[in-house]
Design a protein around this ligand. Sequence first.
Ligand SMILES: Cc1cc2nc3c(=O)[nH]c(=O)nc-3n(C[C@H](O)[C@H](O)[C@H](O)COP(=O)(O)OP(=O)(O)OC[C@H]3O[C@@H](n4cnc5c(N)ncnc54)[C@H](O)[C@@H]3O)c2cc1C
Length: 526
Amino acid sequence: MAVIISNISSPLDAPESTVVSAALKKAGIREKNVIRAGVYKTSLDARKRDNIHRVSSVWAELPEDMEKAVCAKHKDCAKVENHSFEPVFGDKKQQGRIAVIGFGPAGMFAALTLAEYGYNPVVFERGSDVDSRTAAVEGFWKGGEFSGQSNVQFGEGGAGTFSDGKLTTRIHDPLCRRVLEIFAEMGAPEEILTKAKPHIGTDKLRETVKNIRRRIIGLGGEVRFDSLVTDIKLRDGKIVSVTADNEEIPVCAAIAAVGHSARDTFSMLLDKGIIIEPKPFSCGARIEHTRQSVNESLYGEHAGDPMLPEGEYQLSYRKGNRAVYTFCMCPGGYVVPSQSEEKTIVTNGMSEFARDGDNSNSALVVSVSPEDFGNKPLDGVSFAADIERRAYAATGSYCAPASTVGAFLDGTASLSGASVTPSYSLGVVPVKLDDIFPSFITGMMREGLGVFSRKMRCFGDRGAVLTAPETRTSSPVRITRGEDLCALGIEGLYPCGEGAGYAGGIMSAAVDGIRCALEIMKIYKA
Ligand SMILES: Cc1cc2nc3c(=O)[nH]c(=O)nc-3n(C[C@H](O)[C@H](O)[C@H](O)COP(=O)(O)OP(=O)(O)OC[C@H]3O[C@@H](n4cnc5c(N)ncnc54)[C@H](O)[C@@H]3O)c2cc1C
């Protein structure tokens, strides 16, 4: 085992060996007693402009008795928790296949876990493989045809494939380490294992996703693309089959990892009597600044220092039951067309691993709940869809509604005086955002901008640009499940990941996928 020594401050350019020596010195450990050691996690502390530095934790493998002594003596020393992965296997014979519906992070990690232990899962993904999907998406972004089946939300890798691939999460699940290790093993940059705020970047994520697919198939799993699950069959409170491509496939279990945009699938499940609840989510717009103005707002005169990562921010403000906050920030990234339905507009953000685009953007969003949109299961879905359709109607095309912050604050529609060139590839049109969103959203966005401009100078820039609408921040539904992770009252159906309302982001979706796979393995033998 090993110990973790935390809170090791070091200059930005300090080599790993210096950080490790400082940690050992702090913990009173002599180098000759160390079996192995290295940096475990490192982050940037830029709170004081005149003292921007790194804060790291270091792991060190020591003789067992010494580990206990060191941890007893130092508060910043702790034993590394044992995250060993020991699945429990059932002995029930599989009557039918184990199906995984959706090949986003949740579906990918569920299928990989099942395949690794010999369960030969069959994966159904409505969108295409990542190469064909990329061609369809980039074709659309260049003004070509929109595909309802292969787009930013649907296809191999799921919603996160065209993203910054940020792997940050608020869940403290021991399986997070396993997810990072698998991503690294499958081709993601090694640094994701040691960075406090790791990201893969869309360019490297596509290769990583392919490698996961190849591993699943290599282990006896099956992955079907352009394969939409249109129906499920239930008998005596148990799932017995799924239907895709007009073929009914008998199953003993099915993981429904369909993501937050599978509106048709939500309707199908509801019609089958699956319990679905409306769930709070958030709506707003992407705010875009030049990358330099964000870096200057965060680092002051140090902006541009090659030792400093591209500036990242996270801002929030709450008033009563409602919050406005920035979300999914993409340093050196792009605002991307992210719809999954014809004649709608949806924005989201993406960066390449290098994060070297001219602009930086984030979603500036306001929390909404059933109190705002209704208590029927799919009321949140309709609320978001209405905004997306209004946005399309406002421009009459796939150009996105946009406005400078100044015009937005004044309640008008204009892009003149913009200090940034909008990166939305299909073009933007000046639109009064109050014509797209209900006032409780635009009102809170205005308040948020006021508060944030006092925290970061670039948020006071009236020339910054808002591109709208951002509606797919998380799932507008929760598919209710029990402790066994099965849909309430339906044996063998596992609502999973973000779409089902049990995850928010790549990491937590992947972890939820593994958890659902482990539940199935507890029942069946391979
Ligand atoms: C542009 C963008 C950028 C993002 N950036 C980040 C980021 O940097 N970091 C982060 O943590 N999160 C990010 N996210 C969010 C993240 O992508 C999601 O939280 C995550 O992908 C959820 O994983 P999931 O597997 O639950 O669902 P999804 O990834 O949505 O995958 C669901 C899959 O199911 C398929 N499917 C749906 N219905 C059916 C059906 N009936 N039959 C067969 N297949 C079906 C879909 O085609 C899809 O591929 C981003 C999202 C977007 C859109």
